[in-house]
Design a protein around this ligand. Sequence first.
Ligand code: SF4
Length: 190
Amino acid sequence: MGIEAALPAEGFITTRLQKVINWARRSSVWPMPFATACCGIELMATASSRYDLARFGAEVMRFSPRQADLMLVAGRVSVKMMPVLQRIYQQMAEPKWVVSMGACASTGGVFDTYAVVQGIDQYIPVDVYVPGCPPRPETLIEGVMAIQRIIDNDQVPPTGPDGLRQPLGITVEPTYEPRPQPVRVDVGVN
Ligand code: SF4
């Protein structure tokens, strides 16, 4: 894996225990997918082989909130569905994180109606907003990496003076420039 090249000649390295713990935590963020609409398809693409969310240790989608620490809300959330989302969020163990994927989850998107929640951050604390309709997989991965950087820096989700969880409110900037897709793949014939 290339780690041999980074090792000194003696063959061992020293570090702090907390750094190893943070490395392990950030390399095993397990998402709880709350995918309700088209953004969910893009979430599936992010986990598939081309984008391979497994490279970031986050491919283990759990459908039990007690086994997940990253809630990925992908798609519009109706008013009727909001209590379910809140219940799942409450059942997840601390420390936990929330990513709001796409315009609908963050603002209601084009669904400016009485039946659709105009931003899930009105009800649960959102740590990372991933913009787009839908966001590209690279943008979602950038959102996951933002959470990883926070964990790497030894930070835990902040709480306010009232003891309630405070949102981090990080917004990923959509600066990714896509290349022509799909990239051509030639299979050699012997
Ligand atoms: S943001 Fe766009 S792609 Fe995502 S759920 Fe809404 S309409 Fe669908």
